[in-house]
Ligand binder design. Structure first.
Ligand SMILES: Cc1cc2nc3c(=O)[nH]c(=O)nc-3n(C[C@H](O)[C@H](O)[C@H](O)COP(=O)(O)OP(=O)(O)OC[C@H]3O[C@@H](n4cnc5c(N)ncnc54)[C@H](O)[C@@H]3O)c2cc1C
Ligand SMILES: *[C@@H]1O[C@H](CO)[C@@H](O)[C@H](O)[C@H]1NC(C)=O
Ligand SMILES: *[C@@H]1O[C@H](CO)[C@@H](O)[C@H](O)[C@H]1NC(C)=O
Ligand SMILES: *[C@@H]1O[C@H](CO)[C@@H](O)[C@H](O)[C@H]1NC(C)=O
Ligand SMILES: *[C@@H]1O[C@H](CO)[C@@H](O)[C@H](O)[C@H]1NC(C)=O
Ligand SMILES: *[C@@H]1O[C@H](CO)[C@@H](O)[C@H](O)[C@H]1NC(C)=O
Ligand SMILES: *[C@@H]1O[C@H](CO)[C@@H](O)[C@H](O)[C@H]1NC(C)=O
Ligand SMILES: *[C@@H]1O[C@H](CO)[C@@H](O)[C@H](O)[C@H]1NC(C)=O
Ligand SMILES: *[C@@H]1O[C@H](CO)[C@@H](O)[C@H](O)[C@H]1NC(C)=O
Length: 492
């Protein structure tokens, strides 16, 4: 028991839990202050940034936020949380759909990492050393300007490297170059007992495996080490617009897309974007426009799609295109919000009756809903996918072998309250699609979490067959579940 816990805190067990919480907060403040860990004071401009979640539907109040700038401060913050029996989480880009960077519930100690965002490329080895609070856009710009290098990763420049990489990281280069996590070769981690360890394929291998898919539950990464590739001189971004006015044509169209995905060339990265008003095929081709046209021709013909936009440019040009015009180089203090409910799915190619269920729900239930929903289906696997090429258990990212990855996202304008019964729109989209499927034939992506899941379902859906090994590793590195969040890995 920590000496700073007051008697009234102990007695508080019999009294109000509010008094106990207040005393713990005071004891925590004292502990952090004694260790000189910088705290972002409630009411300060930094604190407001820290607690402003990406998803305005899910707001949580931490017991405290520390704005760390050194590994030692992280160790001390973790130590204070441990002594007081509090939960602690790293927050990197703060872009979790379920506000996991804030702990996903009230009362956690939030370790705000975004001041630690240095990126250093070693030109000789091509290895990049990246601090644990960097964002994707900053990483990409630094790698490119320091030495014309890159890794594959998601599209939004404000997303944190921390949350993104540690839970997979799928993007418009992933069919060609794999997940973001596939570029990770080593990491430095603060564990729950405050010790700092390195891990890689040759050192603390279990931890390294667990980090690469379930990192948020295992420790706080202070430094990532990535191998990198040299991006090609010319890449082509594209949008093909699809006209499927009827259910029958949509069924034929989606079927053609998933068949194409099985064998499409490695150079092609593509997703099917379905909204209430339009449907697009969009993506990135590693090559020029002529190459793209040749690669896409067979699919455009069967799906009645037309290439509406194709633009050849550099690596930075494609980052800007997919970044939607946001400044790429985002640091501490970047804010961005939406108000939404989302869920996700992975499936193999849908058979005819599953396709029928998917399309029926889309054309009846979903189209009838006037909110701004979309379903984005990434062509994730297939014979030429670098994601699928690695064995399913090579990292703790469990769902490599699925052909399709769906993000099902339903939003309202900021300032509008998301309806209390809104969540069923996308949940039913998913459950109508998976009806009749064996549990082992679908999964969900922890970086596209469904905030409505309980912890048991979340663990099973996100980590599938890798779950038992993850729970065993969790028990070894964090037996008291210090790095708890409501959908994280529980110790075995
Ligand atoms: C606009 C937008 C676009 C997106 N696009 C894509 C996409 O194209 N592809 C894709 O795969 N995903 C995408 N995502 C999802 C994104 O990958 C996840 O939300 C990701 O977890 C966000 O990471 P973060 O660091 O910003 O979030 P945070 O909320 O800061 O953290 C998320 C989780 O990671 C943990 N964590 C963060 N940093 C560390 C660290 N250093 N050490 C240990 N644990 C850490 C946190 O504790 C928390 O559990 C997108 C999200 C948004 C909002
Ligand atoms: C973080 O620490 C570095 C030195 O390690 C220092 O240069 C920098 O100014 C510090 N940043 C903040 C925000 O304290
Ligand atoms: C790294 O290599 C790039 C060329 O690829 C060069 O422009 C840059 O100056 C080099 N940086 C250092 C620090 O050597
Ligand atoms: C981890 O590895 C880095 C880079 O090789 C090294 O500088 C650091 O001292 C190592 N830390 C530990 C705790 O082994
Ligand atoms: C890239 O495009 C430019 C301009 O069209 C062209 O000159 C160059 O040869 C291309 N590079 C490669 C590697 O194809
Ligand atoms: C494409 O168009 C043809 C002729 O208009 C039509 O028969 C076919 O069903 C369409 N296919 C799709 C997938 O829309
Ligand atoms: C794709 O892979 C499957 C097995 O995974 C194989 O049966 C099929 O022949 C392959 N198709 C092509 C075109 O390579
Ligand atoms: C399909 O969606 C409807 C709502 O449109 C819902 O009532 C039904 O329960 C869903 N079916 C399954 C199997 O999830
Ligand atoms: C900290 O935890 C790790 C992982 O369980 C363990 O290997 C190490 O011995 C612990 N260190 C201390 C000082 O207890």
């Amino acid at each position: 028991m920590h000496p700073l816990i007051s008697l009234s805190a102990l007695l508080g067990l019999a009294g109000s839990s509010h008094a106990l919480a207040l005393d713990k907060a005071a004891a925590l403040a004292d502990c952090l202050s004694k260790a000189s860990v910088p705290v972002d004071a409630p009411g300060s401009a930094d604190y407001k940034l820290d607690v402003s979640s990406f998803n305005l539907r899910l707001n949580y109040t931490p017991v405290a936020v520390v704005g760390v700038n050194t590994t030692k401060q992280i160790q001390d913050a973790v130590s204070c949380a441990r002594q007081l029996g509090l939960k602690a989480n790293a927050k990197c880009g703060g872009h979790s759909y379920a506000s996991f960077g804030l702990g996903g519930e009230d009362g956690h100690l939030v370790i705000e990492m975004s001041r630690m965002n240095k990126v250093v490329l070693d030109n000789d080895t091509g290895i990049a050393t990246v601090e644990g609070g960097a964002r994707l856009g900053h990483l990409a710009v630094e790698l490119y300007t320091q030495g014309n290098r890159a890794i594959s990763h998601g599209t939004c420049p404000g997303v944190g490297v921390g949350g993104h990489v540690l839970h997979g990281g799928y993007g418009v280069s992933s069919h060609t170059h794999g997940l973001a996590v596939d570029w990770l070769v080593g990491a430095t981690v603060v564990l729950a007992n405050s010790t700092v360890v390195n891990c890689s394929e040759t050192e603390n291998r279990d931890l390294f495996w667990a980090l690469r898919g379930a990192g948020g539950s295992m420790g706080i990464v202070t430094e990532f080490r990535f191998k990198t590739f040299q991006p090609p001189e010319n890449l082509t971004t594209f949008i093909a617009s699809v006209q499927w006015p009827t259910e029958t044509r949509a069924l034929v169209g989606v079927k053609a897309v998933q068949e194409f995905a099985q064998t499409m060339p490695a150079e092609l990265n593509m997703r099917l974007f379905i909204s209430r008003d339009f449907v697009n095929l969009e993506g990135l081709y590693y090559g020029d426009k002529a190459g793209l046209q040749a690669a896409l021709a067979p699919l455009l013909k069967i799906t009645n799609a037309t290439l509406a936009y194709a633009q050849t440019g550099t690596w930075l040009d494609q980052l800007k295109h997919f970044g939607g015009g946001t400044n790429l180089d985002q640091g501490h203090g970047h804010v961005e919000h939406e108000t939404f409910y989302s869920t996700s799915l992975y499936t193999h190619a849908l058979d005819d009756s599953q396709l029928q269920n998917f399309v029926s729900y889309w054309f009846t239930q979903a189209k009838a809903n006037k909110r701004d929903w979309y379903v984005q289906i990434d062509l994730h696997g297939g014979n030429n996918s670098a994601v699928a090429a690695a064995p399913a258990d090579s990292t703790s990212y469990a769902h490599r072998d699925y052909l399709l990855m769906y993000l099902m996202y339903d939003r309202v304008d900021n300032g509008v309250t998301y309806p209390a019964d809104g969540r069923s729109l996308m949940e039913n989209f998913a459950s109508n699609t998976t009806q009749g499927m064996a549990k082992a034939d679908w999964g969900m992506y922890v970086n596209y979490p469904d905030s409505g899941l309980d912890q048991a379902d979340a663990q099973a859906n996100y980590w599938g067959s890798n779950l038992p090994r993850l729970q065993a590793i969790k028990k070894a590195v964090d037996p008291d579940d210090l790095f708890h969040y409501p959908q994280g890995i529980l110790p075995a």
